[in-house]
Design a binder for this molecule. Structure first.
Ligand code: NAD
Length: 378
């Protein structure tokens, strides 16, 4: 069983799908490990660090040859996988909706493409969930970026020269990223409030010492919903939410938006007219900028200024913390493969009817087989 670790070639991608720690663990399971030269550079990992743990290093062609499993962060260009063995597994974040044509190419290569972001939200798969591990870091970094761009301090400070008041921070979307944003903003001393469409988050917001701001006139999503995800809200709800946000947002210094709906464009939560009501010098960070944006005018990878308000459009935030994000991502991949490891044959086996297999497997035997992807209309 040969596992190959790819060097990421996508622009700005500094993460890597395996670390010396996980290489060592795979070797202990009986796998032979081959790492593409320079794969760890962006995450401050040298080739020799991998070699010390028992891996060989080489060119892409060398590591791919005879590989049974390829580990990556983003999906590689199919053309770069020339020479791959039929039936090999590709385990990475494959952006199946955004890179639909690539999925067909993976099928043509006759490899099993396994999209880690399609991991079902079930208890036993928590430790394999790349969306959670990476969102957590993004939520933290969003607040750090906002603090760096904000021309004032976050905590209240009483000094001999007078008092500096605490920043008011509003977090919209309280999933994994939003919860970490709340916690980080609180640690920095801001006064924090937060909102979501899922009523279950109210308690979580309060438990972190922040104030919940919720639409009460129209019912939101009760309980955890399907797999803990949000769905698109009714027009009536959206209208009530816009009114609530309008009155609240004008008093905020920092707004962090994280709202996502799986398989859909991100919901628009803040309009240009609402931004115009905010104080000059306020900062908005849109963590959903790459998925269409929660904030009107947000551009992925750019900071734009509107009505005196800075709008930071997030782009691949985890890559800005590549050492930590790679460590967590690599553990997610290890936790997944080791959970299905067959001791006798020393390789992982995915049962066809397993909930995880059905969730993440995009291609098999030359066909696109993923129901969620096929149901999306392509
Ligand atoms: P997400 O990234 O899909 O969305 C972020 C947040 O935006 C969610 O809380 C969502 O409700 C909210 N949102 C969507 N539309 C909105 C709108 N119009 N206005 C305001 N907020 C809106 O969510 P996530 O971070 O992946 O987490 C969703 C839930 O799944 C959480 O409860 C989390 O704990 C749970 N979860 C479970 C597992 C597991 O059991 N394996 C793994 C990860 C997450």
């Amino acid at each position: 069983m040969k596992i190959a670790v790819l060097k990421e070639l996508a622009e700005g991608e500094l993460r890597v799908g395996a670390t010396p720690e996980t290489v060592k663990k795979f070797v202990a399971l009986g796998a032979s490990m081959a790492v593409e030269k320079g794969a760890g550079t962006g995450a401050s990992i040298a080739d020799s660090d991998y070699e010390d743990m028992g891996a060989t290093t080489g060119s892409r062609a060398e590591i791919i040859k005879d590989a049974d499993i390829l580990l990556g962060v983003q999906g590689p260009e199919p053309a770069s996988l020339k020479g791959i063995k039929k039936g090999a597994w590709l385990v990475a974040s494959l952006n199946p909706f955004g890179e639909r044509a690539r999925v067909d190419e993976y099928a043509k290569l006759d490899i099993d493409a396994l999209a880690m972001e399609f991991m079902p939200r079930i208890t036993r798969a928590q430790s394999m969930d790349i969306l959670s591990s990476q969102s957590n870091l993004s939520g933290y970094k969003a607040v750090i970026l906002a603090a760096a761009e904000y021309g004032r301090a976050f905590p209240m400070m009483m000094t001999a020269a007078g008092t500096v008041s605490a920043a008011k921070c509003f977090v919209m979307g309280v999933g994994v990223a939003g919860l970490q944003s709340i916690a980080t903003a609180r640690r920095l001393g801001a006064q924090v409030s937060a909102t979501d469409v899922r009523s279950a988050t109210k308690e979580q917001i309060e438990s972190l010492g922040a104030k919940p701001v919720f639409v009460e006139s129209v019912e939101g999503i009760e309980g955890e919903g399907s797999g803990g995800y949000a769905t698109e809200m009714s027009e009536e709800y959206q209208k009530a939410q816009a009114e609530l946000v309008s009155s609240h947002i004008a008093r905020q210094d920092i707004v962090i938006t994280t709202a996502l709906i799986p398989g859909r464009a991100a919901p628009r939560l803040i309009s240009d007219a609402q931004i115009a009501t905010m104080k000059a010098g306020s900062v908005i960070v849109d963590l959903a900028a790459e998925q269409g944006g929660n904030v009107e005018g947000a551009m992925p990878g750019e900071t734009v200024q509107k009505h005196g308000v800075k709008i930071i459009g997030a782009q691949n935030m985890p890559a800005t913390m590549a050492a930590d994000s790679s460590a967590l991502f690599a553990r997610n991949l290890y936790n997944f493969l080791s959970a299905y490891w067959d001791e006798e044959t020393k390789k992982p086996v995915l049962p066809d009817d397993d909930e995880v297999t059905l969730g993440i497997r995009l291609t098999k035997d030359g066909q696109v087989v993923n129901e969620r992807l096929l149901a999306s209309g392509d």
